[in-house]
Design a protein around this ligand. Structure first.
Ligand code: ADP
Ligand code: ZN
Ligand code: ZN
Length: 761
């Protein structure tokens, strides 16, 4: 009987179905027909899947010459098609994906899909060109004019490697005034025509910053020597703990210099694009002769394709990018050093599957590539601090003082409980102290940075009556609706849920008691309005930087440019402004509400608060003159706030680790979180309970399983959510437990599994 696949299979491939959620650890085997050769590991192919042989995209994991042992009567299916050769992940990334898929409990297909940027896959920006060459079997008996002969001679004289050639180039070389001799030669079969599709990549040109400090500080030299000594081949891990402005970037630059001196690539990860322009400018400025590829989502689609291809073709010396740049298309032996700047930053964790942490994947990549990795931060994550100080699996290098020329800011804490104005409802947004400081700074031509980690105008809409207690909630989530103004100085607005993005009109009166509704609390829009209305700062001098004003990356860059040039005097924003901005004229930093994270029911609430406060305070004092940071808080006695105001990270970390040890939470233990969702509360509760029972029956030494309970946000987008957390004494114990779980639990739309979760909401 003639099968569906009549061609003989010359080789055999194991593939992972891209959308597949089932874990076939070894993949599915297909035959490779001759016409698809050469086929590579890491290539995207289309295979027939299931009974209907539905064409399905899959990744090649392995290729072998040995046919598989098939069960009797089973026919080996064949790969249908392969994608363009350019759509190809380096084979070493397949190994990384295999590890990730296992570690993060995510199916391998989607994990591989995460690694290949969309624009590369879609071929965005590909250019198809027509090229010509000498025909292999040219027609004889054709009359050839002297000009045409000139073309043929020119081509024949060219080395094979430079052919085929673009007609325009050939015209020049053969001194032709028109293309018609070439066209005629093609028509008469003397020349062959080739169509070639490729990405035409160019390197970025940016304003450069070539400043090089004359001399390293003693601490910098010490750290550089200590890490530099270990830059030989082989894996090593280093934590560079340096207060903001202590010159960590300078150390990265010198380490990169050393590491790539013998060829090879430096991979540099930064948390978000707002950081990249300055870091990129500094790297480019200091490595003018090196080629720097930039990978992040704010580029245009064809730029992303171009930059990725440059890296894949081995043309880049330095690769700089955000989280997903950890998947730069490099083979292990190309990578010489990996640097993760601001390693504590939560944006390194992806919040959909695969739920990987860019820093931790980077550590694994360095281990696979046998190269050093440097994690840098002024406020290291508890995980990295634990690894460096207790587990001693990475070396600790400290920079305790700011670089010469930079002053540490004076940090003041303002107790907002004392700021209540007699006869007024609630508390003012700006304390008297902060208002005065803003005026003083602006009067002396300094710039001001204000942080409020809350978008919108007012976070709550409530009934004015004290006895009523009505508050506007999202119809689909257990969260309050946030009031947004359409324009900063207009009253008109709407309310929006920040979780499901539902928008509604604001009710005129309380639905329960018909009293008036009021707007409570403050978001960035309200601060902006206050600056204009009560501090009389002109609109054009203020900019607000949050997710609402920077939908496009170009908006963000433009805003930072205007701040850098001094056109904007007050930059106000959410945590986006806390990350690595370096503007020398910022002489005042104000934290409007340091408590936004402090009361969250999350064991990292204190760590987050310390990091945010400390990082924002570090944004000032980067130029001449004195600098002040003012922290407004309702909990001035909270250790995170007191210690951040003293820049005493080590005491904070010591106390915090002690708390984590008592509570048996990460980094002292390792955690996985199972979240169950359903449209019905009872179904979700039932599922959660039965999963809890299954997990308990698996158990294991030192494994602690929490009771299934509604999440902190029990309902989001009409789905009820329950969670179960599992902790284990070590990563190995947790992985063993998860391996056992894998045999009877599959992640799906109703079960989310988050390994090393960083958010507990
Ligand atoms: P960090 O990354 O730790 O916040 P940076 O590397 O950005 O610190 O350094 C802060 C500023 O200090 C930069 O403008 C940098 O050029 C400068 N700087 C760094 N090291 C030195 C040094 N040894 N001498 C003088 N200036 C320095
Ligand atoms: Zn909602
Ligand atoms: Zn009411």
């Amino acid at each position: 009987m003639a099968g569906l696949f009549d061609e003989p299979s010359v080789q055999f491939a194991k593939v992972a179905v891209e959308r597949g959620v089932d874990n076939f650890p070894d993949g599915l085997t297909y035959g490779i027909p001759q016409r698809l050769l050469p086929l590579h590991v890491g290539q995207l192919v289309t295979v027939p899947l299931g009974r209907g042989n539905t064409p399905t995209q899959a990744w090649v994991l392995k290729i072998s010459n040995e046919p598989p042992n098939l069960a009797q009567g089973k026919e080996l299916k064949q790969i249908y098609e392969k994608e363009r050769d350019m759509v190809n992940l380096p084979s070493d990334l397949i190994d990384l994906a295999t590890w990730m898929s296992h570690y993060y409990f995510a199916p391998i297909g989607p994990t591989l899909a995460t690694m290949l940027p969309g624009p590369v896959r879609c071929g965005t920006g590909l250019v198809t060109k027509q090229l010509v060459d000498l025909a292999e079997n040219p027609a004889t008996e054709v009359r050839i004019t002297p000009k045409q002969q000139g073309v043929l001679d020119t081509l024949a004289a060219m080395p094979k490697s430079e052919r085929p050639v673009e007609p325009a180039k050939l015209m020049k070389l053969a001194n032709l005034g028109s293309k018609s001799p070439i066209d005629r030669l093609i028509k008469h079969g003397q020349l062959s025509c080739h169509r070639v599709t490729r990405i035409e990549a160019t390197w970025f040109k940016q304003s450069l910053d070539a400043t090089k400090p004359e001399q390293l500080t003693d601490e910098q030299s010490l750290a550089l020597d200590a890490i530099g000594d270990e830059l030989h081949d082989g894996y090593s891990s280093h934590l560079l703990f340096g207060v903001t402005g202590s010159g960590k970037t300078e150390i990265y630059i010198r380490l990169i210099e050393k590491a790539i001196a013998k060829g090879g690539v430096a991979l540099v990860l930064v948390p978000e694009i707002s950081l990249t322009p300055q870091t990129a400018a500094r790297l480019m400025g200091r490595f003018p002769e090196k080629r720097i590829a930039i990978l992040h989502s704010a580029l245009t689609r064809s730029q992303r394709h171009q930059q990725w291809s440059l890296v894949a073709e081995g043309k880049a010396d330095i690769v700089l990018g955000a989280r997903s740049a950890v998947f730069a298309p490099l083979q292990n032996d190309q990578i010489r050093i990996i640097i993760v700047d601001e390693e504590h930053d939560h944006s390194f964790k992806q919040d959909n599957a695969p739920r990987y942490h860019g820093r931790d994947v980077a550590i694994r990549r360095a281990w696979m590539a046998k190269c050093p990795i440097i994690l840098g931060s002024a406020t290291p994550s508890m995980e990295s601090w634990w690894n460096a100080t207790r587990r001693k699996i990475s070396t600790l290098n400290k920079l305790t003082t700011r670089a010469p020329g930079l002053v540490a800011p004076t940090i003041e804490v303002v107790d907002m409980r004392k700021e209540r104005v007699h006869g007024e409802v609630g508390y003012p947004i700006l304390s008297t102290r902060l208002k005065t400081a803003i005026h003083q700074t602006l009067a002396t031509q300094g710039q001001v940075l204000l942080l409020l980690n809350r978008r919108g105008f007012a976070p709550w809409i409530a009934c004015a009556s004290r006895t009523c207690g009505w508050m506007m909630k999202c119809e689909h989530c257990d969260t309050s609706m946030v009031y947004h103004r359409k324009k900063p100085l207009e009253q008109a607005g709407y309310v929006r849920c920040h979780h499901c993005c539902t928008e509604q009109r604001v009710p005129k009166q309380c639905p329960d008691c018909s009293k008036k509704v009021i707007q409570l609390g403050a978001g960035t829009q309200r601060v902006e309005a206050t600056l204009r209305e009560s501090l009389q700062i002109p609109s054009e001098k203020i900019a607000r930087l949050d997710a609402d004003t920077t939908r496009k990356a170009s908006d963000l860059l433009a805003m930072l440019d205007r701040f850098g040039s001094g056109e904007i005097q007050v930059l106000l924003g959410t945590q986006m402004i806390a990350k690595g901005l370096d503007f020398p004229n910022v002489r005042l930093v104000g934290i409007i509400d340091a408590d936004t994270a402090i009361n969250l029911p999350d064991f990292r609430a204190s760590e987050r608060t310390y990091q945010l406060v400390s990082q924002v305070c570090g944004r000032c004092g980067r130029g001449e003159g004195e600098a002040t940071a003012i922290i407004q808080t309702f909990s001035p006695e909270a250790p995170a706030i007191i210690l951040a105001s003293k820049t005493d990270y080590e005491t904070f970390a010591m106390d915090e680790l002690q708390f984590r040890q008592q509570a048996l939470v990460p980094p002292v233990t390792r955690m996985a979180r199972f979240i169950l969702k359903d449209h019905s509360f009872d179904l979700a509760a039932g599922r959660a309970k039965s999963l809890e029972d299954r997990l308990r029956s698996i158990g294991g030494e030192g494994i602690a399983i929490s009771e299934a309970a509604p999440c902190v946000l029990p309902r989001l987008a009409d789905r009820f959510r329950f969670d179960i957390t599992v902790t284990a004494p070590t990563s190995k114990a947790l992985q063993e437990f998860l391996s056992a779980v894998r045999k009877n639990v599959t992640p799906s739309r109703v079960i989310t599994i988050d390994v090393d979760p960083i958010s507990m909401l």
